[in-house]
Design a protein around this ligand. Structure first.
Ligand code: FMN
Length: 329
């Protein structure tokens, strides 16, 4: 069993990465069905929350079946982060996560997200203030460092543990790498092997199959793994990984028939949570990944991704099942 504060997780927990515009309640519903052990909201701007911004407030919506769940916050000012934590607590999440990893220029250049990696004293101060303001366990998600010449995660991990966080997630890239190049987990292994580190260390970056998941646990000894992009269009990866970890075997692929059924549930949840047309727009990215690579699919794809009519979309999904139903993914 892995413990994050008082939260008890399955051994070798499989964690859904927070992803802006992706990990909303409808997608989280799918991931939970397939056994995600812990999930996070999309990141939420502390400034947005304290100004009562509609989008930020909506991201606080969490549902009982999703538990345990963490709310992720970002910001560059300690006072607004502390205030935002107090607002977020009202949604009763199991934990609060601080984003010190977002590389997007608009955010990092202001000193939030990965921008905080350039000011470690401030990062520590902010974390300490947040830990002090809440009874919930606080976790941190960050990167290896700012750039190739400044990979300071081993030192940062010790310092940030010392101010009271309950788990640390490390994305195995620097801020400069953005999402490019290969994630290099060597330093995650070093953090994990540091005898001074007592909190769970969660590894993240480029896990895209049950085999890579197994390899990361084995090679780097991490307490948990966090999976992002590989879940998009493939939320059943959690089940595939768990099965592989337990049996060493691969589950058979899904058929398009099965995927259509999943896409319909996802779509229905998306429209229910977000309403029309937003719930429809936001499904487009998912539809294109659910059905990526089908032969001779272009015309159907365009129809699926342009109409806003819920019934028409359901009809197109039925057509896909009719035409490609037995194809395996
Ligand atoms: C579209 C997208 C949105 C993301 N949004 C967030 C976010 O809101 N918070 C965060 O900590 N990381 C965010 N990330 C980073 C992921 O959580 C993760 O660290 C990264 O994708 C590497 O993991 P992966 O290789 O499994 O995808 C995002 C990544 C993507 C691709």
């Amino acid at each position: 069993m892995v413990k994050i504060g008082n939260i008890e997780l399955h051994d070798q927990p499989l964690i859904l990465a927070p992803m802006e515009d992706i990990t909303d309640p409808s997608f989280r519903y799918m991931c939970k069905q397939f056994g995600a052990d812990l999930m996070y909201t999309e990141f939420i701007s502390s400034d947005g929350l304290i100004r009562n911004g509609r989008k930020s407030i909506q991201k606080l919506d969490i549902y009982d079946y999703e538990r345990p769940i963490g709310i992720q916050l970002y910001g560059h000012l300690i006072d607004s982060m502390v205030e935002a934590v107090q607002i977020a607590e009202k949604s009763n999440p199991e934990l609060i996560d601080i984003n010190f990893g977002c590389p997007v220029r608009k955010i990092a250049n202001r000193g939030a997200g990965a921008g905080m990696i350039r000011d470690i004293p401030q990062m520590i101060k902010m974390t300490e203030a947040i830990v002090k303001t809440t009874k919930l366990p606080v976790t941190v998600k960050t990167r290896l460092g700012w750039d190739e010449d400044n990979k300071n995660i081993v030192e940062v991990a010790e310092r940030i543990q010392d101010v009271g966080i309950k788990a640390l997630t490390i994305h195995a890239r620097t801020r400069s790498q953005l999402y490019k190049g290969r994630a290099d987990w060597t330093l995650i292994g070093e953090v994990k092997n540091n005898p001074k580190i007592k909190i769970p260390v969660i590894g993240n970056g480029d896990i895209d199959s049950p085999q890579t998941a197994g390899e990361m646990f084995r090679k780097y000894g991490v307490d948990g793994i966090m999976i992002g992009r590989a879940t998009v269009g493939h939320p059943w990866i959690f089940k595939e990984i768990r099965y592989f970890l337990e049996t060493g075997k691969k589950l058979p692929p899904l058929t398009i028939n099965e995927i259509v059924d999943l896409a319909k549930i996802h779509f229905q949840k998306s429209v229910k949570y977000k309403g029309e047309p937003r719930g429809v727009y936001e499904m487009r990215r998912h539809f294109s990944t659910y059905f990526r690579g089908l032969p001779d699919f272009k015309k159907t794809r365009i129809r699926l991704l342009t109409t806003l009519d819920v019934n028409e979309i359901t009809g197109i999904l039925d057509e896909i099942a009719g035409k490609y139903g037995e194809v395996m993914r």
